[in-house]
Ligand binder design. Structure first.
Ligand SMILES: [Zn+2]
Ligand SMILES: [Zn+2]
Length: 297
């Protein structure tokens, strides 16, 4: 890390969702090559129920590269099939088993956080979905030694019948699972399309007051820092490049500079259609803290 990067005063830790092609450790190397502090990964194929078990060799290598690259925190995003709020008993059972496996993998890798969506209550109601989700989290972690590893609930866009689009939902799940010490991952694009209008000052203040009141900002350990291709209140989940979507540069700058989020890991999940997309979005986020482009550019 350069001296300039070390002396950054107000910048939170910055990173992005990096690919694991060719091995999990490659995500760390990619993050380091873009001068990032933190990274988010999948620990496995995100679209299949079955995961190939991690070998001791893979874990050793991941830890070695992590120590060399000094990337922290390491955030894992749970796979997309998991639905901890499912009304279908079959899906629920598979989801709980798959989530337990995600937790075990995360702990073995020495990761810091595991981000998961509360799930879809399709076929039941929101209140049942919230209770089922809390029960799933407890069962999936039953008997596991989590140590400092922490599960983060991510707010959702509220697509379909997904729960978690109101900060109140996250609070209810957290209150039902005190033994898990759950944290929160705030996704800016999801919040915006779920009906938190952070574009103007009043809406911004109201949204963060609600977040603070319900989950306490110090428990927000990760921010998925995304602009939105979908419009306000559309309940559609479509991430977009920073400053080019419906949220816009000014509102996203305010989020990035929020003094009570300085401890959180800021992770971009913006589209990666072109090879330089990540670099550009990281540079925009960095510019909010007065950091000019990375030294090697
Ligand atoms: Zn997510
Ligand atoms: Zn997200």
């Amino acid at each position: 890390m350069s001296k300039a990067a070390k002396s950054k005063k107000h910048s939170p830790r910055i990173g992005f969702h990096a690919p694991i092609t060719g091995g999990l450790h490659n995500a760390l190397l990619k993050a380091r090559s873009l001068d990032c502090d933190t990274v988010q990964i999948f620990s496995r194929n995100p679209r299949g129920w079955m995961a190939r078990p991690l070998t001791d060799e893979e874990i050793k290598n991941f830890k070695k590269v992590r120590a060399e690259t000094n990337i922290s925190p390491v955030v894992i995003h749970a796979n997309y099939l998991i639905n901890l709020a499912a009304a279908d008993p079959n899906v629920l059972e598979k989801s709980r088993a798959s989530f337990r496996e995600e937790v075990e993998r995360g702990v073995r890798l020495g990761a810091d956080f595991l981000v998961v969506h509360p799930g879809s209550a399709r076929g039941s109601c929101e209140a049942d979905g919230i209770r089922t989700c809390a029960e799933s989290l407890k069962l999936a972690c039953d008997g596991l030694e989590l140590n400092s590893f922490r599960i983060l609930l991510e707010n959702t866009a509220g697509q379909g019948e997904c729960i978690g689009h109101r900060f109140e939902h996250l609070r209810e799940i957290i209150e039902l699972t005190p033994q898990l010490n759950l944290g929160v991952c705030l996704d800016t694009a999801h919040a915006f399309t779920a009906g938190y209008d952070i574009r103007d000052e009043d809406g911004f203040v109201a949204a963060f007051e609600s977040l603070e009141r319900n989950v306490c900002l110090e428990n927000v350990r990760a921010v998925h820092f995304n602009d939105s291709k979908a419009d306000y209140n559309s309940r559609v989940d479509r991430h977009w490049h920073i400053g080019l979507g419906h949220i816009g540069l000014d509102a996203l700058r305010r989020v990035a500079q929020h003094p009570k989020l300085a401890h959180a890991a800021f992770l971009l999940e913006t589209p990666q259609d072109e090879i330089r997309d990540d670099e550009r979005n990281i540079d925009v986020l960095r510019s909010f803290f007065g950091d000019s482009k990375r030294k090697n550019h």
